[in-house]
Design a protein around this ligand. Structure first.
Ligand code: AMP
Length: 425
C-alpha cells in the first residue's frame, strides 16, 4: 500500500466507473430539461452560517457531521453537507425573490459529511438535487415527485419504493412535538443516548431512529399522526389525488420525518431493497419557511436530493449493464522519427474532422503498436513508415477484414471519415 492514499470515506472514480457516472449524468440532464429545470453551480465551500441558519441546530448534520473550519481570513466556513441551503442563499443573493416568478433549479455535485464510513455511506458523496421556488401548489409537489420517479425509471432503477408523509405547517409541527415530548418522556430511560438528547432538542427525530430499542418505544406511540390543520390537510389530500392521477404508487409513512429541520408539509423518501442498511436513494419535501428563515420574504419551495452513489448501487443490483466503453475510431502506428511527426499532424487533422484518434507517441516496434491498437478495439489503423513517407501515402488497415490499402496523405482524412460511416452504420 503506498503511503499516500485517499482519506477514509472518500474515493477515486477511475475511467471504468466515470463512464457510468457520465451516462447517469447525461440521462438525468436530458430528463431535467424536459421538466424545464436549469442547472446551478454553487461553491462547495460556504460561510458556516448558511447551514447553521437553515438545517437546524438539533440536526445530526450540524451537531456531528459538518466539516467546519476557520479559514485564513478568520471566517467560519463549512464544506457543504447538502445543496438546499446554498440554493436558497444564491436565490436570495441574486434577488430572484424580487424578479423571478417560478424558479426551477437543479444541481449535481459532491457533498461532505463526517459520518462513519460504511456501505452506501461516504464522507464525500454526490447528490443530484432539484429546488423549485415560488409554487405553493400541491400539483407542484406531485410533479416534483413524478420527476424523481421518472429519473429513477430512466436510469433503470425499477424497484424503488416511495414513502410519503405530511409534517404539517410550523404550528402543526409544534403541536406534534409537544405530544411526542410528553409521550417519549414517559420512556426516557429506554431510549438510546442519542434519542435522549433528541427528546430535548428534536423529538420528531426519535421516530426514525434506527436503534431497535427506540423503535420498540416508537411502535407504542399513539400520539395523533393526522393532527394537521385544515389547510395542511387539504394540501395533503390534493397531493395524494394528484399522485393517484399520475398513477404513482406510494406508501404513507407517518414515521417519516427526514433528517433536516426545514421541511414542512409534504416529505418523501425513495428507498431501494437492494441497498442494505442505508436504503434511502433520496428524499425531499416542502420547505415553505426556509427562504424567510434565511432572511428573505415568505416564498414557498420544494425539492429533493438523490444520492448518486446509491443510485449506482441500485442500478448494479438491478443488473443495469455497465456502460460500454466506445473504442477510439482510429489508431495511428508510426515507425521512425519523421513518420512520427507526420503521424502527429495526421492525428490532429483527424480530430478536427471529428474522428477519435489514439496511438502512442513514444517510439515502439510496429508489432507492439498493432497489438495495442487491436487491444483498444479500433476499427481502423493508419500505418506510417519510411515507405509511406516516400510515396506520400498512408496505409489504412481495416482491423476486421485485415485488408490494407494505401491512400494519398492529402485525402486520408476524407477516406477515414468515409470508411467510418460504413463501419458505424
Ligand atoms: P439527505 O440530504 O440527508 O436528505 O440525503 C439525500 C440522499 O443523499 C440520501 O438518501 C442518500 O442517498 C444520499 N446520502 C446522504 N448522506 C450520504 C452519505 N454520507 N453517503 C452517501 N450518500 C449519502
Amino acid at each position: 500500500m503506498p503511503s499516500l492514499v485517499a482519506l477514509p470515506g472518500t474515493s477515486d472514480l477511475l475511467p471504468e466507473e466515470t463512464a457510468r457516472w457520465q451516462a447517469v449524468d447525461a440521462a438525468a440532464r436530458a430528463i431535467l430539461a424536459r421538466y424545464d429545470y436549469r442547472e446551478i453551480r454553487t461553491p462547495i465551500i460556504e460561510s458556516a452560517e448558511v447551514f447553521l441558519r437553515s438545517l437546524g441546530d438539533a440536526t445530526e448534520i450540524v451537531q456531528k457531521q459538518m466539516y467546519l473550519f476557520t479559514d485564513r481570513g478568520g471566517r467560519q466556513v463549512a464544506l457543504r453537507p447538502e445543496g438546499t441551503a446554498s440554493a436558497v442563499r444564491a436565490y436570495l443573493e441574486h434577488g430572484l425573490d424580487k424578479t423571478a416568478g417560478l424558479v426551477k433549479w437543479y444541481y449535481v455535485g459532491p457533498m461532505f459529511r463526517a459520518e462513519r464510513p460504511q456501505k452506501g455511506r461516504q464522507r464525500q458523496f454526490h447528490q443530484l438535487g432539484v429546488e423549485v421556488f415560488g409554487s405553493a401548489s400541491p400539483l407542484q409537489d406531485a410533479e416534483v415527485i413524478a420527476l424523481l420517479m421518472h429519473l429513477l425509471e430512466v436510469l433503470g432503477v425499477k424497484g424503488a419504493a416511495l414513502k410519503l408523509n405530511n409534517l404539517g405547517c410550523r404550528q402543526d409541527r409544534a403541536a406534534r412535538v409537544e405530544a411526542l415530548t410528553a409521550f417519549f418522556s414517559q420512556h426516557v430511560g429506554d431510549l438510546c443516548e442519542d434519542c435522549q438528547q433528541r427528546l430535548r432538542v428534536n423529538p420528531l427525530r426519535i421516530l426514525d431512529c434506527k436503534q431497535e430499542k427506540c423503535q420498540r418505544i416508537v411502535a407504542k406511540d399513539r400520539t395523533p399522526d393526522t393532527g394537521l390543520c385544515a389547510d395542511c390537510l387539504a394540501h395533503w389530500q390534493a397531493v395524494l389525488a394528484a399522485l393517484d392521477a399520475l398513477n404513482i404508487r406510494y406508501e404513507r409513512d407517518v414515521r417519516l420525518v427526514r433528517g433536516l429541520d426545514y421541511y414542512t408539509r409534504t416529505a418523501f423518501e425513495v428507498v431501494h431493497p437492494g441497498l442494505g442498511a442505508q436504503d434511502a436513494l433520496g428524499g425531499g419535501g416542502r420547505y415553505d419557511d426556509l427562504v424567510q428563515q434565511m432572511g428573505g420574504p415568505s416564498v414557498p419551495a420544494i425539492g429533493f436530493a438523490l444520492g448518486l452513489e446509491r443510485v449506482l448501487m441500485a442500478m448494479d443490483h438491478e443488473g443495469v449493464p455497465a456502460e460500454p466503453v466506445r473504442p477510439p475510431d482510429v489508431c495511428i502506428a508510426a515507425l521512425g522519427e519523421a513518420a512520427q511527426i507526420k503521424g502527429l499532424v495526421v492525428r490532429q487533422d483527424l480530430r478536427r474532422a471529428g474522428v477519435a484518434c489514439a496511438g502512442e507517441l513514444d517510439p515502439r516496434p510496429l508489432k507492439r503498436q498493432l497489438e495495442a491498437a487491436s487491444k483498444l478495439g479500433c476499427p481502423l489503423v493508419l500505418l506510417l513508415g519510411d515507405d509511406e513517407l516516400a510515396k506520400e501515402v498512408v496505409t489504412i488497415r481495416d482491423m476486421q477484414t485485415r485488408s490494407q490499402a494505401q491512400v494519398p496523405q492529402a485525402g486520408c482524412v476524407n477516406e477515414v471519415v468515409r470508411r467510418l460511416k460504413t463501419v458505424n452504420s
